[in-house]
Design a protein around this ligand. Structure first.
Ligand code: SF4
Length: 482
């Protein structure tokens, strides 16, 4: 319920003449539309392990998992979202078709085509869909599928506000899409190039609309403060707060260059209690390798602004197991923390770590993960040393991150595997058991470093800036030595 993309599509499709639409979740008990009246089921696929909920939904509604095994009278089942856009191959046998890229317009086109051809056989509908840019129909041969990149001509917002949502009663609106920083591991950046901004006037109109219904606003975007008029958006909200309105505003993320008093002050006034800063790596060398290019000086400046604006602490995010990382880089996280603690005696800091997951269509897609043993040793060291400095540490599960990597670099051989994972219960042990049952070498997908000239399962997705650029950028980044 807090996922913006599909709610917006729901709104767009709901406005079409002659189309009835209903939102359904994997735990929905009854539906308004009768099963035999459904012609299309669209699924939002955001995280790699969403397939578990998707299979639950298909099983509950008595649909076969594989498209080829579904009946001619069954609806066409399609999916879209970041997982599908970056690498649809593990799911090619599951869905009748998939949307690659920004779905605002093409989903509506797909619905229209299905509406026009509603009495035609499935094959004829799929053939027509395969001719639309951005639609991947695995049962038709399409040598390349172009990822769709839309201009942000409107400000997308959550048309439904719910107290049952992950972010309860919150009006979420998109201010920009993408991040121009291009960190080597970052799918959010590479999948959404070039960065695009919503016009200021449209943001304000959406804000005004949302504030009629709730006082909780969340601004969305991977590099929100890169918006040329973000400061004006802050000023606008601050003015309304100063005028007596109680507004709670949060932002999805802040980059270091946006830790400026004008922005942080507004966020603090609007109820934001904690600020987070993704420093990713401890040493400046490794931050340059990943293209984060964040200096220690900038980190201190960010803390200065936080203190100046009345905050007492900050959370840092780091990533372990990045390409070229060595023990010195890990120790440097502790050393940097020590220096911060010495400089800012009463300022609380905490750390959240995740482990590197190679993502398709990024410059680091060729690099395998660090072994579990090595990651455990590094995270245990960090927990021990940072605790000594009074810093709280949380670490993502390296085991889940491993299987995320398997899926993100997966190919069509994984379809039976994910079905087996689901059948075995979908817990972490099921991933291991299913691999053993089917003889799948999961290390090949998660741990192996591939040669640059290897053909990759997702190469047919035509996504800017293209594989040649990714190779040269990858080589440039990992050759940075100081
Ligand atoms: S700054 Fe953040 S969002 Fe931007 S590319 Fe780097 S990790 Fe991704």
């Amino acid at each position: 319920m807090s996922s913006l993309g599909y709610l917006w599509l729901y709104r767009a499709i709901d406005m079409l003449d002659g189309v009835e639409i209903e939102r359904v979740y994997s735990d929905t008990k009854t539906t308004k539309i009768m099963r035999d009246k459904i012609s299309l089921i669209g699924i939002s696929f955001t995280f790699d392990t969403d397939f578990l909920e998707i299979f639950k939904f298909l099983e509950k509604n008595k649909f076969a998992f594989k498209a080829a095994e579904r009946k001619p009278s069954d609806p066409l089942i399609f999916a879209g979202g970041p997982v599908i856009t970056s690498n649809p191959e593990p799911y090619r046998e599951i869905f009748d078709f998939m949307i690659i890229g920004d779905g605002e317009g093409v989903n509506v086109d797909a619905v229209r085509i299905c509406q026009e051809l509603q009495n035609a056989p499935k094959e004829a509908i799929l053939k027509a869909l395969s001719k639309v840019e951005g639609i991947y129909v695995p049962s038709f041969s399409q040598p390349r599928v172009k990822k769709l990149t839309k201009r942000l001509s409107e400000c997308i917002y959550t048309p439904i506000i719910s107290d049952k949502a992950f972010f309860p009663n919150t009006f979420i609106l998109e201010v920009e899409r993408g991040c121009a920083n291009r960190c080597g591991f970052c799918l959010a950046s590479y999948m959404n190039l070039p960065i695009r901004f919503v016009e200021y006037e449209k943001i304000i109109a959406s804000l005004d609309l949302g504030l009629q219904y709730t006082n909780k606003i969340a601004l969305l975007g991977a590099q929100i403060t890169a918006h040329p008029r973000f400061k004006d958006v802050c000023k606008y909200v601050e003015k309304r707060i100063d005028g007596g309105e109680q507004i709670n505003m949060s932002v999805s993320s802040l980059r270091v260059d946006s830790f400026i008093p004008e922005i942080v002050n507004t966020l603090v006034k609007a109820g934001q209690k904690n600020l987070t800063l993704a420093i990713e790596a401890g040493s400046e060398r490794l931050r340059r390798v990943i293209n984060k290019n964040l200096t220690e000086e900038q980190i201190y400046k960010a803390i200065d602004v936080a203190i100046q604006c009345g905050l007492h602490g900050m959370k840092f995010y780091g990533m372990i197991g990045l390409p070229t990382e060595n023990q010195e880089d890990i120790e440097e996280i502790v050393n940097l923390t020590r220096r911060i603690k010495e400089k800012y005696k009463r300022f609380d800091i905490s750390f959240g770590f995740s482990t590197f997951v190679p993502k398709a269509n990024t410059p680091f897609q060729w690099f395998g993960r660090d072994s579990e043993k090595s990651l455990d040793a590094k995270t245990n060291y960090l927990k021990k040393e940072l605790h000594k400095l009074g810093v709280q540490v949380s670490v993502s599960s390296a085991k889940w991150d491993y299987y995320q990597a398997v899926l993100s670099r997966g190919d069509s051989n994984l379809t039976d595997y994910i079905i087996e994972v689901y059948k075995q219960g979908g817990k972490i042990g099921a991933f291991k058991k299913a691999a053993k049952t089917l003889g799948i070498d999961t290390d090949y997908y998660a741990l192996e470093t591939y040669e640059y000239d290897k053909s990759l399962p997702w190469d047919f997705i035509d996504i800017r800036p293209g594989k040649d650029f990714l190779i040269s950028e990858s080589k440039r980044l990992v050759s940075i030595t100081s």
